[in-house]
Design a protein around this ligand. Structure first.
Ligand code: CMP
Length: 139
């Protein structure tokens, strides 16, 4: 079993898509081990996306991610990193497959509704960025 970090980004929360996205996870049989709402500061967003420091979109994506509340979740399941990435669809919504969250709801490469860790290493960093062990209710 694997764990990953999922975020419903400020655009998803503001548009009232949290319930729909959580419902898709539940229907897919993915376990939610932790869930909370947070509002990152610019500095916290920069720390979260530090792997992208120096890229052209770094300032803009960290402004966006600190512009409003997000829902952050720890997901668990067999090969959940890939399973959840499949549910999300491609980062660029124009390339996202039909029926994926980003295909159905994203409006922009930045306002792409959801985030998911891309590897076990980034999942470990990203989960620990938002949750301590006591907040993760493992079955
Ligand atoms: P995410 O999966 O959260 O990882 C980094 C985010 O930066 C990405 O989703 C997009 O929301 C945002 N972003 C903006 N422009 C780009 C780009 N050109 N390539 C990749 N990510 C981008």
């Amino acid at each position: 079993m694997e764990m990953t970090l999922a975020i419903i980004k400020p655009d998803g929360v503001a548009r009232g898509l949290s319930g729909e996205i959580i419902g898709r996870l539940e229907r897919e049989g993915i376990n939610i081990f932790a869930l909370k709402m947070i509002w990152m500061t610019k500095e916290q967003a920069k720390g979260f996306y530090k792997v992208h420091a120096g890229k052209p979109f770094y300032e803009s994506v960290t402004d966006f991610m600190s512009s409003g509340p997000c829902v952050v979740m720890v997901l668990e399941g067999k090969e959940v990193i890939n399973a959840y990435r499949k549910l999300m669809g491609a980062t660029d919504y124009k390339e996202a497959a039909k029926g994926t969250i980003r295909h159905d709801y994203a409006t922009d490469i930045e306002k792409n509704v959801v985030h998911g860790s891309d590897s076990p290493q980034s999942a470990a960093f990203e989960i620990a960025y938002f949750f301590n062990e006591l907040e993760i209710f493992k079955r």
